[in-house]
Write a protein that binds this ligand. Structure first.
Ligand SMILES: [Zn+2]
Ligand SMILES: [Zn+2]
Length: 232
């Protein structure tokens, strides 16, 4: 990444400048909280109820992907992810990608995927932001685990409203038909979608649907962070 050469390295949590050989400062090392305890068998979200197998969202909406992995509780990395996306901190991808490889690498390899596919941004959004944060994370994972990165198999056709501003059912509707897999002769059996945050799962689910329609057989996902189970 070009940023590595041009800018000083920063702690992805407090944004202070850190040594080149570090990815996070000593003070912030315990801030990102890994998803713990009982997890949803589908999306790996922490479950509030010990007796449940699936979270509220996975039980309510049948998902098109096989299953997915998430590293951190969203609350603990919320500000960092916001800066990563909206305040020109593409270099935070190094930390997030590195931690995903460290903690989830073996499980990711077990998926035996043909490619890592980042959730695409709408072209106008990509132009405005200058980078796709999910693609930067996918790039780090791709290099670390030797799984090809494919950013050309999924396109975002419709400019959707921001998911976090919508309620559950509107989130689902907002994304219908948003993604498309161009018929360009690409043959992939198993794909891992990469995104920064997983909340209700509608983005990953809709992207997965487009891949399945395009001929992919199995879709998994990996995200940096995941929200909480709504069931109390
Ligand atoms: Zn820090
Ligand atoms: Zn779930």
């Amino acid at each position: 990444m070009i940023q590595r050469l041009l800018f000083p390295r920063r702690c992805p949590m407090c944004d202070s400048i850190i040594e080149r050989n570090k990815l996070i400062c000593d003070k912030c090392i315990n801030i990102p909280r890994r998803v713990f305890g009982a997890r949803c068998l589908k999306c790996s979200k922490h479950l509030n109820s010990q007796n449940a197998e699936y979270c509220y969202d996975c039980e309510k909406h049948k998902k098109s992907y096989v299953r997915g992995l998430a590293l951190y509780e969203y609350d603990s990395v919320k500000d960092s992810i916001n800066n990563f996306k909206n305040n020109s901190r593409p270099e935070y991808a190094e930390f997030f990608g590195d931690r995903i490889i460290h903690y989830l690498g073996a499980d990711i390899k077990d998926f035996k995927a043909d490619a890592l596919v980042p959730i695409p941004l709408h072209p106008s959004k990509l132009k405005k932001r200058g980078y796709n944060q999910s693609e930067l994370i996918a790039k780090v994972i791709s290099e670390g685990l030797n799984i090809p990165l494919r950013n050309d198999v999924l396109t975002r056709k419709i400019k959707t409203k921001e998911q976090k501003k919508l309620d559950d059912s509107d989130r689902q509707k907002n994304l219908v038909g948003a993604f498309h897999m161009p018929r360009n002769g690409v043959k992939l059996d198993t794909v891992i979608l990469v995104d920064d945050v997983y909340t209700t799962g509608s983005t990953v689910d809709e992207a997965s649907r487009a891949l399945l329609e395009g001929g992919v057989k199995k879709v998994y996902f990996v995200t940096v962070a995941v929200g909480v189970d709504k069931r109390q």
